[in-house]
Design a protein. Structure first.
Length: 270
C-alpha cells in the first residue's frame, strides 16, 4: 500500500506554525534596544560600541567571517561595477572596508567620501587606508551634510540597522543621489543569524520584502539582488545585498544641509 502522506507536501498550517516558531526564536535572540530607549541615547551607545574594543576588532571580525573578502569579490567580479562613477559616498565607513575596495576597483578619477558617526572609527579608517583620495567626515545618516543630487553612487554597508526605521535613512540617501544614481546596500536580514548579529552589534534587523518596498517609496528601484557566492544564493544566506537605482523624480524632502568644518585636512561635523 502506498503511504499517501508521502504523496503530498506539508500542510500550509504546518508551514505557518514553523514560521511562527522561527519568528518567536528570532525575537527572543534579537537585541531590540533601538526601540526601548531614545534615539539620542541609542546613537551614543552605538558610538561607544564602535569606538571601543569591538570597533577596534571590526576589521578582524570581517576578515574571520569572510565578509571582507566576499565584499571585495562583488567588485572584483564586477557583480557591482563602479567603473564610470565620478562621485561616490560610503555611508558607515567604519574601518574603511568598502572604501578600500573602491580604491582598488573604482576609476582613479572618482571622488570618494566616507562618513561615520564615530570619530574613532574614522581615525582607524584613515590609518588603514593611507590615501589622499578619500575624504572622511563625521556625520549621521539621519541628516547627511550634502546638497541634493550630489552623488552618482552611494554605498551603505550595515548602517540602516542603526536607525529605528528605514524611512529616515533612505529618504536622505535618495535626496543626495543624482537621478539614475546607483546604491549598493547591505543590511542585516531578519534571519536567525541576523538576530545574533543584532546582539553583537546592538542593531535591529530588516525583512527583505519590507525593506525593498520602502526603497521603492523613495524612488530606489531594485536593479539586482547580489549574493556573495552560489552557496549563499542557494541557502539565501549572507543578509540583504542589493543594487538599486534612483529614479528621475525626487521622492524625499530636502532637510537643511549641515555645516561642515575642516580639521587636519579632513571634513568633520561640528
Amino acid at each position: 500500500m502506498i503511504n499517501n502522506s508521502l504523496q503530498h507536501p506539508p500542510l500550509r498550517s504546518d508551514v505557518k506554525t514553523k514560521r511562527r516558531k522561527s519568528r518567536i526564536v528570532h525575537r527572543f535572540v534579537e537585541r531590540n534596544l533601538i526601540h526601548r530607549i531614545s534615539y539620542d541615547k541609542y546613537r551614543e551607545k552605538v558610538r561607544k560600541v564602535y569606538g571601543g574594543r569591538r570597533g577596534a576588532l571590526l576589521t578582524k571580525f570581517s576578515s574571520i567571517s569572510g565578509h571582507l573578502q566576499l565584499g571585495e569579490r562583488l567588485l572584483r567580479k564586477r557583480q557591482f561595477d563602479p567603473s564610470g562613477l565620478r562621485n561616490i559616498l560610503d555611508i558607515g565607513s567604519g574601518a574603511g572596508q568598502i572604501l578600500g575596495h573602491l580604491l582598488k576597483y573604482a576609476d582613479s578619477q572618482a571622488q570618494l567620501t566616507g562618513i561615520d558617526i564615530s570619530h574613532k572609527m574614522l581615525d582607524r579608517a584613515q590609518r588603514r587606508l593611507k590615501s589622499t583620495r578619500v575624504r572622511l567626515i563625521a556625520a549621521d545618516l539621519a541628516q547627511l551634510p550634502f546638497p541634493d543630487s550630489f552623488f552618482d553612487c552611494v554605498t551603505c554597508g550595515y548602517v540602516l540597522e542603526h536607525l529605528p526605521n528605514a524611512y529616515t535613512g533612505l529618504a536622505e540617501i535618495s535626496r543626495v543621489m543624482t537621478p539614475g544614481g546607483r546604491l549598493l546596500l547591505f543590511a542585516t536580514e531578519d534571519s536567525f543569524s541576523g538576530a545574533w548579529t543584532s546582539r553583537l552589534w546592538t542593531c535591529r534587523t530588516y525583512n527583505r520584502r519590507d525593506l525593498l518596498g520602502t526603497c521603492e517609496e523613495f524612488g530606489l528601484t531594485l536593479a539586482q539582488e547580489l549574493w556573495f557566492t552560489r552557496m549563499h544564493r542557494f541557502f539565501r544566506a549572507g543578509g540583504i545585498c542589493v543594487e538599486l537605482t534612483k529614479s528621475g523624480e525626487n521622492h524625499s524632502p530636502s532637510p537643511p544641509i549641515s555645516e561642515c568644518a575642516t580639521l587636519d585636512g579632513h571634513s568633520t561635523l561640528e
